[in-house]
Design a protein around this ligand. Structure first.
Ligand code: PAF
Length: 283
């Protein structure tokens, strides 16, 4: 696997990958790679495309009191993992390559960016939409692969691609979980052994709330909040939304249950699909 750090090299390397008619798939990441990221690389490879992964810890998507400084950056281990999974090219731009002096553009998506993590982390999705737009213009892939664990991010990126006519296929890949249900995340590395033991309460609360909602029971999200508090979490939100718009659930449309909660100093997010509710109209 070739690793490149500068845009002219990237353009040449992508042109080489395309020679012979191959499609190019992009897997954007911030590094600290785990099996969840590798599921994206594997899914991209399975389409027959040449795979470009990017690693860039994007300062624009971290708030002033967030974990930018302590975000893990294990470059060697990441490179080895990508090589093992057959990634063709690694794009690792430096900060000056991505945001040169004078950089002044912001991609801001209304609607799907508002509420949920958009409410809890002001400016976060502007940072994501801006860097992903840059990555798309740098690599010019045919398709890009993102994890469903960051479900709101996926919705924001789909909106960006549609609104700005990127012409890139966006593929969402199901969340990879530990044996106890905890969604894989680079941030799980922050958990102390005791916090890690309790962290599975988050997927557990979501599973129970999903069951209760699909059974038509009332008070499912309040009960989930209470069970998280009992497990030592401070909850940001647990919300049932329409899976496409992230607005209010619509009869007959796929729904999604999203949650964000902190345990100690670590903020975890997770989500599950919830079956549509079909309203029977009485005559
Ligand atoms: O999901 C991530 O790792 C990041 O938000 C992304 C999409 C690579 C943008 O920095």
């Amino acid at each position: 696997m070739l690793t490149v750090h500068h845009l002219p090299e990237l353009r040449r390397a992508v042109a080489d990958l395309r020679s012979g008619g191959s499609r190019v798939a992009l897997v954007p990441t911030m590094g600290a790679l785990h099996a969840g990221h590798m599921a994206l690389v594997d899914a991209a490879r399975a389409t027959g495309a040449k795979v470009v992964a990017s690693i860039f810890v994007n300062p624009k998507q971290f708030g002033p009191n967030e974990d930018l400084a302590r975000y893990p950056r294990p470059a060697e281990a990441d490179t080895a993992l990508l090589t093992r999974h057959g990634c063709d090219l690694l794009w690792m731009p430096g900060i000056d390559e991505m945001y040169p002096a004078g950089f002044a553009t912001n991609v801001s998506v209304s609607g799907v960016s508002e509420g949920l993590d958009g409410g809890a982390r002001p400016g976060h999705f502007d940072g994501v939409a801006t860097v992903v737009s840059k990555l798309f213009n740098q690599v010019r892939p045919d398709a890009a692969f993102f994890g469903e664990k960051d479900f709101q991010q996926l919705a924001v990126i789909r909106r960006t691609v549609a609104d700005l006519d990127f012409g890139i296929e966006i593929v969402g890949v199901p969340t990879v979980r530990e044996a106890d249900g905890l969604a894989l995340s680079s941030r799980n590395a922050y958990l102390s052994p005791d916090e890690r033991k309790h962290a599975s309460a988050l997927p557990g609360a979501l599973r129970e709330a999903k069951r209760a909602i699909e059974a038509g029971e009332q008070g499912a999200t309040a009960a989930a909040m209470a069970s998280l508090v009992a497990a030592g979490f401070v909850t940001d939100y647990i919300e049932l939304v329409d899976a496409a718009t992230l607005g209010a659930p619509q009869p007959g449309q796929p729904r999604r249950l999203l949650a964000a909660a902190r345990i100690g100093t670590t903020r975890l997010i997770d989500n599950l699909p919830v079956a549509p509710e079909f309203m029977v109209k009485s005559r």
